[in-house]
Design a protein around this ligand. Sequence first.
Ligand code: NAP
Length: 340
Amino acid sequence: MAGTVLVTGGTGYIAGELIKQLLARGWTIHTTVRSKAKSETALFERFGQPGDRLKVFEAELMSDTGWAEANAGCTHVAHVASPLSSRTPKDENDMIVPAREGTLRALRFAKAAGVKRFVQTSSIAAVAYGRKGKEYTVTEADWTNVDDPNVTPYAKSKTIAERAAREWVAAEGGDLEFVSVNPVLVLGPVDSGDFSPSVEPVKLLLNGSVPRAPDIGFGVVDTRDVADLHVRCLEQPSLAGERFIAAGKFMKMIDVADALRAGMGPSNTRKVPRKTMPAWMASMFMLINPGFRSIKNEIGKVRHSDASHAEKVLGWKTRPVEESIVDCGRSLIEHGVVKV
Ligand code: NAP
């Protein structure tokens, strides 16, 4: 099946891979960017100038301008754009408001244009946070508790945006079918030196920014497989209201370090730490490096994410996380982001 689909945030890591896969499957793509002047040529170069099959529109999450044009003629939407940052913003509303307003705006314009299926790139951040306990497993039935004081602005933004979308669709969506994809940390090859904050842990380990691996971890999933899950959510019938976790296995930072060493060889991994950071060293690091304070509540936590729903309903699978980690590391070196 192929038609015309709007992919929001075409400059992004996940959206770029999604556009590539949708083009290969015969879809015509409309995509939004914040600045056509900055991004259009690069997008055409990246996707090999597929003529009329890729159209670029300027649209900001916080403004109505451009959204009607971007949606015109589309039957499907993948709403991928949302604020993401490796730094915690001073004001949490800098993330929450554009995430929520942008999702509602994308939904309103999609419905007005007669779109049938709307896939939101939500996150495990909307599922797994604000819970007690050191080790647990989450499923699609779980939601992040935004009232927990340790929940980050990003996790709040994704939870509030997905909840708002589901409430809006129930009240006003009519025949519009809504599906969310909820990935864990996305790794895999980057296609340029401008990359998503999600690859930061691999960069930090490879360039020797940390003498020991902090005792934190995350589920890992491959960007190519996350894009593939979006494609399945766009193409498969009868998915209204569905929610799909996209996850491979949980990896501590030291496991990521070990995977890099095993897959990239000694010359590329000279600076990669071999041991986990003890608690006293982590506290010191947080004192001298404010960026590390946001991980304080993550130390020692193990969150498993059950992706069996996507496997059962959509036949989806993700590749071994070690492959995603090594491909990510190699691409960071290729694009000159990391000097080994
Ligand atoms: P990314 O490469 O940073 O892409 C984010 C995209 O959103 C960019 O195209 C960015 O545009 C756009 N955007 C941000 N704020 C915007 C605004 N105010 N108006 C218009 N566009 C805006 O990040 P990504 O990793 O691909 O993430 C894409 C989506 O996946 C996000 O919804 C994120 O929450 C979700 N997700 C990511 C991960 C992960 O580990 N990467 C995991 C779970 C969920 P500019 O290029 O102009 O900044």
